[in-house]
Design a protein around this ligand. Structure first.
Ligand code: HEM
Length: 566
């Protein structure tokens, strides 16, 4: 009898294999038939939507096997093949992705209190952001949103103006050291936005941090690269494969660095909280003590915001950031981390873990988006000198020759600058797509289309903002697109850089105020030159829109605003 070296009979092995094969094959076929049947409605409804089915099993997944810029280019080019008034589909393996570009359809999804579930791709953020505001859903998201939104109320933001100024001036001093060399402005904008977040929303001095804002920002960028790679490479999605790759090891190191910053921030803040609490207890015997405490926590009344200041969203749209009084009362409004620590110490509303997840979320969402937005803005100013001069004229009309810091009232006068920021966010929305997972069928108003349960809905912000029906000459930078009369005639959901509706960006007003202060401070000090023509910018399909070729500019010290304005 033939026996192999390990002493196993090859005939026995053959019959075991046969048995396995004959049992497994029908099982797999049965499973596949069941799988297809259970998704019958999804396939039927998908069939009625324009777009490509791609290859069997893989769908269009192979389109994503290229570098970030090439993916962006390919998908964007493909979008021109479709009727923009209707949804378009794409398959990535078994996942049905439906792209919405018609503002009426976008409204149905974004304005809804029901379709608030994020797509499964967001799951990959969990080791980093836990179940923070960006990812959570249902009652947890509702409760946390209600708690956090008022901490970004205009009344709180006004108290940050001083810190926005100090940090902007420090950035200007760092930029001076670049002389007339070409450099990547994104590095400076990232560092500055991280440090501003630490000092404002988190309320801790950046000097108390072991790691610099730049190190944190660099780690965040590398984390985004890993997540992006997992989003686009099908086989990297399952943890049991990813965990065996070198990227998993790299992720552990990056998260260590990122979480060490948030842990440090939390430790500092708690220490301060307990110190203040014990001081308050000591003071509570004094009859004036309570009044003094209220005074320190209070902020001044918000002035009437003049017409033309929309804080980054279509005029006419309202969200929970626009609510004047949320019942908390003006005097008790607190900044983000002050409120979260207080709630967690009371023990009922938030656990320590939940506070950390929210801090990680705000640190990520609050810095990478504004760093990209401000970098695009400065490159655009360099590429459109006539428009830069008009911004400077407006700044001269506000500041004259003075180099005084910016006040909140000044920011309300910066209407042309605001239009330029809005136009930057139109052409280069830092969050280029928003996605949701459907748990029920949704009938769209634009056509007979029904979006099926289980589909991933992609709100294609970049494409929506480049629709020539709504923005004539959409590839041309034109701040006049946001003149009040032009905005008034547009569908509210035709412009959604901060998303819109109940899940809109909680930092929208914070971002717009900060951008006005930092960008006006830079333009008061430098003339910006762009070294790469706008048509040659290489955009990258990523979680946050960036340029793969870097945000290259040259800065020339501005001698006087008067000269420019003359
Ligand atoms: C130019 C700057 C910014 C842009 C373009 C932007 C854009 C967006 C967008 C499009 C969303 C929706 C994302 C989605 O549904 O997947 C979002 C959500 C969010 N943003 Fe921003 N953002 C900016 C700045 C900020 C800042 C400064 C903060 C905080 C300080 C912030 C905090 C958040 C949070 C917490 C969410 C999740 C809100 C929720 O789901 O309830 N963002 N942002």
């Amino acid at each position: 009898m033939a026996v192999d070296v390990q002493g196993i009979n090859p005939l026995f092995m053959l019959s075991a294999f046969n048995l396995f094969f004959y049992l497994l094959t029908p099982a797999l076929v049965l499973w596949y038939v069941y799988y297809r049947m259970s998704r019958k409605q999804l396939y039927e409804l998908a069939h009625k939507i324009q777009g490509s089915d791609g290859l069997p099993f893989l769908g269009n997944a192979l389109d994503f096997l290229r570098d970030s810029h090439a993916i962006f280019h390919k998908i964007y080019e493909k979008s021109f093949e479709f009727d923009l008034t209707k949804p378009a589909k794409m398959w990535i393996g078994p996942r049905l992705m439906i792209f919405l570009t018609n503002p009426k359809d976008v409204e149905v999804i974004l304005s809804s209190n029901v379709y608030i579930d994020k797509s499964p791709e967001y799951r990959l953020f969990e080791p980093w952001l836990g179940n923070g505001l960006l990812i959570s859903t249902g009652d947890k998201w509702k409760a946390h949103r209600k708690l956090i939104a008022p901490t970004f109320h205009l009344n709180v933001l006004k108290s940050f103006v001083g810190l926005f100024n100090v940090n902007s001036r420090e950035t200007v001093n760092k930029l001076r050291k670049m002389g007339n060399k070409e450099f990547d402005i994104h590095d400076f904008m990232s560092e500055c936005t991280v440090e501003i977040l630490l000092e404002t929303a988190m309320g801790v001095s950046k000097k108390t941090q072991k790691k610099s804002g730049f190190e944190y920002a660099a780690a965040v960028m590398k984390m985004c690269d890993i997540l992006h790679m997992r989003h686009t490479h099908l086989w990297m999605k399952p943890d049991f494969i990813f965990n065996f790759t070198k990227y998993a090891k790299q992720q552990v190191g990056l998260l260590d660095l990122i979480h060490s910053l948030t842990n440090n921030v939390l430790a500092k803040k708690k220490e301060e909280y307990f110190k203040n609490k014990s001081q308050l207890t000591e003071l509570s015997d004094s009859p004036v003590a309570e009044e003094e405490v209220i005074e320190t926590n209070s902020t001044t009344e918000v002035e009437e915001v003049p017409y033309g200041n929309s804080f980054g969203q279509s005029a006419g749209l309202k969200d929970d950031l626009d609510v004047d009084d949320d019942g908390i009362g003006e005097k008790k409004r607190k900044a983000f981390l002050d409120l979260l620590i207080e709630c967690s110490e009371n023990g009922v509303v938030l656990s320590d873990q939940e506070v950390r997840e929210q801090v990680d979320t705000i640190m990520f969402e609050g810095h990478d988006t504004t760093a990209a937005g401000s970098s695009f803005f400065l490159c655009l100013m360099g590429a459109h000198k006539d428009i830069q001069e008009k911004v400077v004229e407006e700044l001269y009309s506000i500041f004259g020759d003075s180099d005084r810091p910016v006040t909140f009232q000044d920011t309300l006068q910066m209407k042309y600058l605001e239009r330029c920021i809005m136009e930057t966010l139109r052409m280069y929305p830092p969050v280029p797509i928003i996605s949701r997972q459907l748990k029920e069928n949704v009938k769209l108003p634009s056509s007979d289309t029904v979006l099926p349960t289980g589909a991933t809905i992609v709100i294609a912000t970049f494409k929506i903002h480049r629709n020539e029906e709504t923005f004539p000459n959409p590839d041309v930078f034109n701040p006049d697109n946001f003149l009040p009369e032009k905005s008034a005639s547009r569908h509210y959901y035709a412009y959604v850089p901060f998303s819109a509706g109940p899940r809109s960006c909680v930092g929208r007003k914070y971002a717009m105020l900060k951008l006005k202060i930092i960008l006006s401070t830079i333009l008061r000090n430098f003339v910006v030159h762009s070294t790469v023509a706008e048509k040659d910018w290489k955009l990258q399909a990523d979680i946050i829109l960036k340029r793969t070729d870097g945000f290259k500019i040259v800065l020339e010290p501005r001698k006087s605003l008067v000269k420019s304005a003359a």
